[in-house]
Design a protein around this ligand. Structure first.
Ligand code: SF4
Length: 321
């Protein structure tokens, strides 16, 4: 794997301006995505993972707004591009797939037509060439008899096949980056395992970089190269997969790992819930749930400190106070 970042998210902030007050959904988030790697962003529901992903493609709707930071894709800051420039990147250089394939597939067009459309939207090829490429893509993502399935409508596909079709659509223009937001959560376990294999294969085949969003550390252990652990809009810890899973530092990451089912007995759970982000706790945002909380944790926000080459943790138990 080349060690160069294809995407650098730098101090990103995204807020929602609701009637009840300002919700800081993504608060000072920074990470690099390397060429050809799978970066998993993991956290409980409401931790800001999806908003981070949507912010990368500037898909934040009112009352949300990106209020700070930079998102560098090559030499371009995605936050400074015009809508037209951004449309050249969306679905072409950076694609996204969602948990629910229904949100990406239009029920009134055949699946093949939708993939061909995705190709002709960004490439000057004939419809015949686009159709041939669409059939190749359906085959690539593991859809049997692709020449026939090309002519079928989304309702004729099972859940797993629909998700494969949305992946084919996302790959239509051979993007540099694929963002996958919990793409296997709605699928049964066998199909989930097949889909994870598919993501690993695609990464290898195209040397594509993938941001994979999940709440499931089991998925992380299967496919991640690097991991960013999010909680209440902030990154608590990030590093390579083995450092995060085998040598976690942050009490929140340790709590998530303790929640994994094991043969030793009932999994633990992290006491408490994600705080109200309209009135977040002062200091370390995890302190109301942290059994190691100290006085300083209630007063000051911990900044990321490096524990080894690539492993960063935002916690007063590590680094200088
Ligand atoms: Fe716990 Fe303090 Fe570390 Fe936050 S900074 S995780 S409260 S020990």
């Amino acid at each position: 794997m080349e060690n160069s970042a294809v995407l650098s998210v730098d101090h990103l902030q995204t807020c929602f301006f609701t009637k009840k007050g300002k919700v800081m959904a993504v608060d000072d988030v920074s990470f690099d995505l390397l060429k050809g790697e799978i970066l998993c962003i993991v956290g409980e529901s409401g931790s800001g993972k999806t908003v981070t992903a949507l912010s990368i493609l500037r898909l934040i709707d009112h009352p949300g707004r990106i209020t700070g930071g930079k998102i560098m894709f090559g030499k371009k800051n995605l936050l400074e591009l015009t809508i037209r420039e951004l449309q050249d990147i969306r679905g072409n250089r950076i694609s996204m797939i969602f948990q629910d394939p229904h949100s990406s597939l239009n029920p009134v067009f055949t699946t093949g037509d939708q993939i061909s459309e995705a190709i002709t939207a960004h490439r000057s090829v004939s419809r015949k060439e686009a159709d041939a490429r669409a059939i190749e893509l359906l085959e690539l993502v593991g859809i049997p008899i692709p020449e026939e399935r090309f002519h079928e409508y989304p309702h004729q596909f099972s859940g797993g096949m629909k998700q494969r079709a949305t992946i084919a659509m996302a790959l239509a223009c051979a993007p540099d980056i694929l963002i996958a937001d919990e793409p296997t959560t709605a699928l049964d376990l066998t199909i989930q395992a097949q889909m994870l294999d598919l993501f690993s294969e695609l990464r290898k085949k195209f040397n594509m970089s993938i941001i994979y969003i999940t709440h499931d550390l089991g998925v992380v252990s299967e496919i991640a190269d690097h991991v960013a652990v999010m909680y209440a809009g902030r990154i608590m810890e990030k590093g390579c997969r083995d450092d995060i899973l085998k040598n976690p530092k942050h009490p929140y990451t340790k709590g998530l790992i303790d929640c994994l089912p094991s043969e030793k007995g009932k999994p633990a759970s992290i006491p408490g819930t994600i705080p109200n982000l309209i009135n977040p706790p002062e200091g370390c945002i995890f302190h109301p749930r942290c059994r190691f909380a100290m006085e300083i944790c209630r007063l000051r926000r911990p900044m990321p400190s490096k524990t080894n080459n690539e492993h960063y943790v935002s916690c007063f138990l590590y680094g200088d106070i």
